[in-house]
Design a protein around this ligand. Sequence first.
Ligand code: NAP
Ligand code: F7E
Length: 346
Amino acid sequence: MPTIAFITGITGQDGSYLAEFLLGQGYEVHGLIRWCSTSPTQRLDHLLQDAGGGRLTLHCGDLADAARLGALLAEVQPDEVYHLGAQSHVRVSFDLPAYTGDITGLGTVRLLEAVRRSGVRCRFYQASSSEMFGSAPAPQNEATPFWPRSPYAAAKLYSYWMVRNYREAHGLFVCNGIMYNHESPRRGETFVTRKISRGVAKILKGEATQLVLGNLEARRDWGYAPEYVEGMWRLLQQGEPQDLVFGTGETHSVRDFVEEAFGYANLDWRQFVRVDPSYFRPTEVEHLRADSTQARRFLGWEATVTFPQLVRLMVDADLRAADLEAPGEGLRALGNRVRWLRNPLS
Ligand code: NAP
Ligand code: F7E
């Protein structure tokens, strides 16, 4: 019998990579999708075309709907639950604080309750975030005190503690993966890295003359998303549940990302990038850098794709998507490090 996984957020960046990875491992994969009047499965279409060999099934539902989550858990009877669904945009969470609390915070509790009440014996991964560290000095690790700086971070922190409480109070096998920013050609278009890589392509294509950004000084620990979904899986294969930090250990500013991306395309970024303070956040997270010693120790997990390789891969992908010639250095540098990934550029 194949191992059965249930993924919330399967239509998102991480969910789509995780589904591909697990199908490659021989899993039967079930995913929660929200009903939508347009197709939400863009990132999954390559898997749905061959239906993952009949092992990929999508179920309509919503993290706001506890009854549906309970029914699905009972129906699917998963061995592993990967809870990736969330209102995941930090800037948006300042405009939608209550909604973010409901979906990103309470949504986790609805799913934990569905697991507990169904009696299904499964392992549970919670997509916790480096945003929970907020203003805590870098580098951050599992012992660093949290200091959330946005409604999103506060909602994730609530989920983090509820996961720990379900482990301690009810004995569930539940784990927090505290992941730092991870990016890819599938990254949502309004996150800064993808906004920059698409911006470069639009400028080269003649469709835009400038790229408008917010705070260029914020520093993030940016890694490559497919490597991180492998980390999620490894965390659930352990003998005991635990909470671990996943990141590259390197930090770069948004300005560094801009310079690298424009430089790769032989453009002088100063001619094209404009800063608009309306993109600034009411409270910013200035500096994130992971200390992933424990993930290396317990899981043998390590991020291997470097910052320039990541930037180049994303620019390559957006140039190709715009029908422009791409230098291809990002793709060449990746080699076959992520063997299960069918097409790193889409
Ligand atoms: P993403 O691309 O924004 O995907 C979010 C997913 O959640 C989408 O599938 C979305 O569905 C789904 N979703 C949103 N609201 C929902 C609702 N009410 N009911 C059911 N599903 C809902 O996020 P990601 O980058 O893949 O990240 C995956 C998870 O890791 C998120 O929880 C995020 O907060 C967390 N995280 C991400 C990073 C990172 O750097 N990427 C780092 C740390 C933690 P639609 O497609 O219908 O919108
Ligand atoms: O911002 C700055 C912005 O929105 C990164 C989510 O996946 O990672 C992500 O959250 C930085 C911030 O990601 C623009 O102020 C400048 O300092 O790409 P971002 P994020 O907020 O770090 C964490 C780990 C998650 O958990 C989240 O789910 O870039 N920035 N100019 C900008 N940001 C955006 N979005 N757009 C700009 O124009």
